[in-house]
Unconditional design. Sequence first.
Length: 274
Amino acid sequence: MTLSGADVRRLLDRYGLAPSRARGQNFVVDPNTVRRIARLAEVGPGDRVVEIGAGLGSLSLALAETGAAVTAIEIDSRLVPALRSVVEPVGVEVVEGDALRLDWEALLGRSGPWVLVANLPYNVATPLVADLLDGVPAIRRMLVMVQREVGERLAAGPGDEAYGGVSVKVAYWATAKVVGRVPPTVFHPVPNVESALVRIERRPEPAVGPDVDPEWLFRLVKAGFGQRRKMLRRSLAALVPPEAFAAAGLRPESRAEELSVGDWGRLAGCTGPG
C-alpha cells in the first residue's frame, strides 16, 4: 500500500500540517510513481535502503514493499509523528535529523552496501549528493529524484550544456545517468518544474589515480568553471604554468566544459599543490 492524493490530504488535515515552501516540500501522491522509483532503485530482500526527506512516507512504503530494510530520515519535526504512523507499522525505521549534519558512520556503520533513495528538494540536492560521495562510502548506489536541471548537471559529461563542477565531482566518484522523468502533476502541491530520476553508482575506485591530490584537483576545477567562458590558460593562469598543459596533453585554449574528469586529473597531476 502507498499513499494516494486523498490519503496525503487526510494526513495533513489530521495532523494540522501544510507543506513547507521553505523546505521545498512536495509530496508524491501517485502510487505508480513511487513504485516506479522503487523498481528503478533495484532493491529487494536483503538490501539496506536509506531514504532522505521521507515526508509522509509514500516512497518509504513503496521501498518497504520490495522487502528491503528501510531507514527513513526526515528533518521536519512537524512531519515525524505522521510519518511514524504511516511507515513504522510496516517495519520502516524513522530517524529525525538533518541529512547534511548527520553522523553517517554512526547511522549506517562502516561497511556497506547501502542504497540511497530520495526525493531531494532543489536547495539541498547538489551539496548533499556531493557530501555523500565524498564522505559516506557505505552508500554504494543512489537513485535520487531532483529538479530536472539539477539532475542534468549531476549526470552531464564534457561538452554538455549542463556540465559543470558538480558533474566532475560526481564523475570522480561515480557514474551517473538520468533514468527517467517525473511530471509535476504527481506531487502535492504541484511544483512549477519537471523532475528527473538520476541513478548514481559509486566506482570501485575514484576515476583519477591516488597519485593526484583530490583537493588540488577540485581547486583547479572550481577555478576553471568559475570563469568558464575563458580559455584555461587565462582562467587557470594563477595555478597552472603554461608548460603544464602540454605535459597533460591538453590545449591551453580549451575551456573548462571540454575537459573530462580524466583530463582534470592529468592536469592536476602535472602541477600539484602550490
